[in-house]
Design a protein. Sequence first.
Lengths: 566, 285
Amino acid sequence: MDINLRITGAAGQGMQTAADLVGKALARAGLHVFIHQDIESRIRGGVNFSQLRCADHPVSAPRDRVDVLISLSEPSLRAYGPAVAEGGLVFSTVPVETAGCPRCAPFFLSELAKAAGNEKTVSTVAAAVAASVLGLPDPLLDTLVEERFGASEKLADVNRRALALARGAMNDAGLAGRFALPTAPATDRLFVSGANAVALGALAGGCTFMAAYPMSPATGIMTTLSELTHEAGCWVEQAEDEIAAINMVAGASYAGARSMTATSGGGFALMTEGVSLLGMIECPAVIVIAQRPGPATGLPTRTAQGDLRLALHAGHGRFARVILAPRTIAEAFDLTARAFDLAERWQIPVFVLTDQLLQDGQTLIDRPEVGPVVRHVLTAAEAAALPAYERYAYTDDGVSPMALPGTSRHLVCVDSDEHDPRGHLIEDAPTSRAMCEKRLRKVATVEAAAPAPECTPHDPALPLVVSWGSTSPVVAEALTALGTGGPRFNHLQLTQLWPLPDLRAVPAFRDCARLILVEHCAGDGLDGLLAQTQLRAPDRCILKLDGRPFTVEELTARLAEEDSHG
Amino acid sequence: MADPTLQDYKNDVPNAWCPGCGNFGILQVLQKALVTLGLPPERVLLCSGIGQAPKIVHYLNANAFDGLHGRELSSAQAAKLVADDLTVIVHSGDGGAYGEGGNHFLHAMRRNVDVTHVVHDNHIYGLTKGQASPTTDQGQKVAVHPDGVAALPMNPLALAISQSCPFVAQSLSSQGDHLLDILCQAIRHPGFSYVNVLQPCVSWDPIHTYAYYQKHCYRLDASHDPTDQGAALRVALAHDGRIPLGVLYHNDRPALRAITEPGCADLRDCPDRPARLARVFDRFR
């Protein structure tokens, strides 16, 4: 059972605050939620929404059908009022007749806020209405409002009044519990955004240094980390530009900190020479690209999966890299933590591709189990025990032991020029070839470790749908929605996009008569990569050009259509 | 441990500079400065980018990070933030420092990480064969500017002083005693320190020769107060054909690492992550 609740209004009206309160209340009621943000690139005005899919089971895909609309402005009511589902509910701040709203509740949120003593409490009113319609126990929201506003008695007081007035209005109208969800025992789940999850995953992966330049939708990662530095132990440097950021990451990694940066496509474009530097000096780094539509500035606050090739081909010269793409917010935690391990193990750049849907989305994740950070650098004692040390010693797997400067008597030299094993610049052909071969051995090492993809249900007779990143859960739910009666597909979900495993070893891929790719971009992404690396181009690509996330309904319809083509 | 000697700082990497290059003088003095300061090579990190000057980091025995053109300050600042026990010295040419890396120079002065930035300023692009640099004189005929450079040269000393750069000095590659004193002061300064080292380019610039600098340079004496920002700015902006050598300006702004608590003393080894994260997770309930 799930209820889709959209809180909409102008930027700055507090939709996010209301969504946070309801999200946490759902967590404490033992329920699940997936929130996604539809926002314009502005700080005030316009029409934005936070959409909460509230359910008694885990959800991580957006849905079109809106059961409850909570509108805080007239333009937002005009935009989204008519789309509310049959039997749905609309709560608004303006009279029904003005906006022509057939399913509006008989009271106005703004008036309740005014009666509470402060119009700004409209976000608390919205949260109270949402909690009431979902049948959540009152004490949950009471506690959350105390936690949020308790520091100021005056503020706490008006917000308490706002809660009481909203609940009274809901009871009088007979709407309390209209879409009640069955509550369950509270759990120890965490309420996090994708940006939070990446930041927490980074900390779990041992990150102690981040340098970045703010850019939507990546900024939340540095914001989160900056608020946790003292508790977790991490340096967050706001760089003057993305070029500085990536070169800072290189310097910090060289000095011995597990380091990261985060940006979006345009900012990452500025980092490409730095990526090449990481490749040449064999420097660990984690680079998060939070994708949004391009080219250029594109749609700054919207979502896309268009930067796969940018991440793959950034930087001149050949060197090893890994590209990971989490499907869910929970997986963003896991894969970011893993990225730090891989980056240091192989001394390479590891990319984590997220997108606006995932970054700004919020959900509940199980409290992660975090173990001690296992380093892959020489300890001071290990370095000291070596009779001599060469940073780029030739090895079979192409990975040379990494010592940290200043931790032993050995010098650590790195050079963006071609270099000898000691790290000093050279020109001669034999050393150039040997050092290039060393890097190519590392490419092979990283390729050989590519994990097998997840594929369901392994019936090679069916057409195969391939997806990656945050699109995968939407595809999975659409395939479930098509049901046993409808068309059936196998589903292959990739979480590592480079190096790709040999998909021809996967029967559902090797034997499928029809290959369909679902990718949130304008094309020339994974399709060409499959053709190049697996010698199999998709027969159809289901793409998305408008910066809005795929929804379950949309993909259900488009996949049903694919079947009729088949 | 025995005090470091000049021998400790020598290595066998073949040198690729032009005979007579001003960089040789800077290399010699840098080695002397590190010995004078009693720093063992493994405690020193030299950072550089691309060009003739940045090759210096290969020609002496120390830790070296030879990164990208103009980006050496970025990597150096981060390395120092992480490994606070290293002495970090950055070597750039005038192209890397003031052209490609100009933005990083501005922000390094603001940020005030305790690194020393030595700019080998020969007013020319050497390794790309004699084009104008940001400090080439207006009207000077160089590659790509056959009719003379139209743009005004940058005044990096005045820029640095105006931005309250914590330590601003100028020296000359051929005046070893002066350069040694300035480098030692700069490295000792607990914050971002910047030294513009003038040097002739023997291959591409027939005007700014050793003799030219000998004739036009003068040493600031005790009458100059380097804590007086206005006086320093007047020296840097004098436009009287004379070139000042010495410490033009310094202040005692605390370095970034001294005023920021990163949550663990050593960012290379931040202990108790699982326990720390358990507390952090509680914030998201």
